[in-house]
Design a protein around this ligand. Structure first.
Ligand code: FAD
Ligand code: FMN
Length: 582
């Protein structure tokens, strides 16, 4: 049996104790004696002393509870960064995914930090809904004496900016918690403000004079979150519109090749894609702003600024920097929020023109953020490639034709050109053990990760059954990856498939209707331990699918709606109901 000489109570983090045990546990008596002497010598040398110094007594680290509510991993990653900084400052952090949070843990925490993202239209991340509702509910415990701080993640493009972080912050205070640092609300470019908040919060929560053995860190404005360095330049080797020429949609299958190896992705992961703006749009924006001649600004805007998003913050900045009376009035009379709907930065400037210089215009924009796309391939089948499925977002509002930045950037690229991407892992949307059954619900581009799942199950000869629900508008024009599914049904990588084409019948049929039609088998699969996956539209589809499953249980098992709801909630808690929705 392996020896574990370093006790769990040692003043190290759990994973450090594991690492030390791995080395020290298997070391010979000779090696251990050498190590002991070496470390003693090192301490003496670094203290500049000749005689051995008495070691400072190791002070037990003070506990810190870190709760994160995350959908796409940003809050989770920051929770890890915070834990690292905390450890260096005499704190012993425990990280809890809000999905697994039991509320009494909050009351017993002396120090509590929450990092929470907002999703949907001002909603909690899907996995966090249960614990969030409990926290907001009447049964939430008192938190008298608990020191806390909250970091909110969000996107100023949404009307309900950072709503969940704000509500949690208010709630913790209302329950008697003591706020030690102010909440920080982060936009998509969160790295720096988050790093500053981490520094300030750790400093505020650290035990006084954490000194002794504790390593000091510089809490200056320097980000502790390193800027991403792992951006891959990938070549487009396939660029195919999967819709027919008669479809009113354009959905691009993009195959990317990576020189020197694809990033180590797993089925369920996404790629962040770094787009550029449409030069024609930038030209129009510069024209309405009276800055058409500024070539440098044009180049900068095309490459690196978000020139389309219009938020309350943008309007506020415009009103302050220009003093425009009508814009001030729009804010003052409370109509700005409503005015923003369906509009972009260009509408603000075109509707309320005023002289602008490059600096003022730049201040109205934020850095251009990457967009996430589910990976539609398995490395076991495609080697050093990664496939994406991207639907071109096009619509018309307030008399202007609009184009989604990244999806149209991709749609207009050609084979042989390059894109910049970065891996965005998602361990919360992974395949189960190979013998488990899976049910996948992925209408539209929501089907992308399931192509990866099916490829993976084929390559690994997984024994579990797999069942796909797909939907789109027309069978003839919009059946994404139709041949792939037919092949998979033939070779057994896919056991079953049900399709819903909403515009082929007088009454619209969606995936949730197919789930209902197949409810008896569906419940049987789930009762047998199947995992249930949903990917795609968050606004309507994901909610309708969940509701359909609750109704299916109620009907098949003759349960009350409340009892059926509990069954589905249990699937979620057991992490057998998994979502990746947007
Ligand atoms: C984890 C994850 C995985 C994803 N996977 C995929 C995928 O596999 N395939 C895929 O295609 N997309 C996927 N997406 C969505 C993708 O990231 C982008 O959001 C999408 O491509 C639009 O980006 P864009 O830059 O083209 O549009 P943007 O320039 O970001 O514009 C989109 C915005 O335009 C506005 N808008 C759009 N339609 C309308 C309308 N009809 N009326 C008024 N306003 C409107 C909305 O404000 C919307 O937020 C995923 C998202 C996430 C978070
Ligand atoms: C589909 C979708 C909906 C979102 N809704 C909101 C919102 O209503 N309010 C907000 O402030 N941010 C919203 N965001 C932005 C996220 O909060 C932001 O991307 C955050 O960094 C995600 O953190 P996470 O990776 O920890 O989930 C939304 C993002 C997506 C993709």
């Amino acid at each position: 049996m392996e020896m574990s000489p370093i006790p769990k109570t040692a003043p190290f983090a759990e994973e450090e104790i594991d690492l030390l045990n791995r080395v020290v546990g298997s070391a010979s008596a000779n090696q251990r004696a050498w190590l002991a002497g070496f470390l003693a010598g090192l301490d003496a040398a670094s203290a500049g002393a000749i005689a051995p110094q008495p070691a400072a007594p190791a002070r037990p680290a003070e506990p810190l509870t870190i709760v994160y509510a995350s959908e796409s991993g940003n809050s989770e990653k920051l929770a890890g960064d915070l834990a690292k900084a905390a450890r260096k400052n005499g704190l012993k952090p425990t990280i809890i995914d809000m999905a697994d949070l039991e509320l009494p843990a909050l009351a017993s925490a002396k120090r509590l930090v929450v990092i929470a993202a907002t999703w949907g239209e001002g909603e909690p991340p899907a996995r966090a809904i249960r614990a969030y509702n409990e926290l907001m509910g009447e049964g939430a415990p008192r938190l008298d004496g608990v020191e806390f701080s909250v970091l909110a993640l969000g996107d100023t493009a949404y009307a309900e900016f950072c709503a969940i972080g704000k509500k949690i912050d208010e709630r913790l205070a209302a329950l008697g918690g003591k706020r030690v640092t102010d909440r920080v609300d982060c936009d998509l470019d969160f790295a720096e403000p988050a790093a500053r908040w981490i520094g300030d919060t750790v400093k505020a929560l650290a035990p006084p004079n954490a000194g002794g053995r504790v390593i000091e860190v510089d809490f200056g404005a320097k980000p502790t979150v390193a800027p991403s360095t792992d951006i891959f330049e990938a070549e487009i080797i396939e660029h195919v519109d999967l819709n027919s020429s008669r479809s009113d949609k354009e959905t691009i299958h993009l195959a990317l090749a990576f020189e020197g190896g694809a990033p180590g992705y797993e089925p369920g992961d996404s790629l962040d894609l770094y787009p550029e703006n449409d030069p024609a749009y930038v030209d129009e924006l510069l024209k309405v702003a009276g800055l058409a001649g500024d070539g440098q600004l044009r180049a900068e805007f095309i490459k690196s600024r978000d020139v389309t998003t219009l938020s309350l913050k943008t309007i506020d900045t415009y009103a302050t920097s220009t003093g425009h009376q009508y814009v001030k009035a729009l804010l003052a009379d409370g109509h700005a929020r409503e005015w923003i709907a369906g509009r972009q930065l260009i509408d603000l400037i075109a509707n309320f023109p005023i002289a602008l210089d490059a600096e003022k215009l730049r201040a109205l924009t934020r850095p251009l953020a990457p967009r996430a796309y589910s990976i539609a391939s398995s490395r076991r089948e495609v080697g050093d490639e990664a496939h994406l499925l991207i639907s071109a977002v096009r619509y018309k509002t307030h008399g202007r034709a609009r184009k989604g930045v990244a999806s149209n950037y991709v749609a207009e690229l050609k084979r042989g050109q390059h894109v910049r991407v970065k891996l965005k892992p998602n361990k919360h949307f992974a395949l189960p053990a190979p013998e488990k059954d899976i049910v996948m619900v992925g209408p539209g581009t929501g089907v992308a990760p399931f192509r990866a799942f099916v490829q993976e199950r084929r390559a690994t000869e997984a024994k579990g059954r797999s069942w796909l629900f797909f939907g789109d508008r027309n069978f003839t024009h919009d059946f994404l990856y139709q041949l792939d599914w037919q092949d998979a049904l033939k070779d057994g990588a896919l056991t079953r498939m049900d399709v819903a084409f909403s515009r082929d019948t007088p009454e619209k049929v969606y995936v949730q209707h197919k789930l209902w039609d197949r409810r008896a088998d569906l419940v049987e699969w789930l009762d047998g331990g199947a995992h249930f996956y949903v990917c795609g539209d968050a606004k309507a589809m994901a909610k309708d699918v969940r509701a359909a499953l609750v109704r299916a249980y109620a009907d098949v098992k003759a349960l009350s709606p409340e009892a059926a709801e509990q069954v589905v909630a249990t699937l979620e808690r057991e992490k057998r109901y998994l979502q990746d929705v947007y």
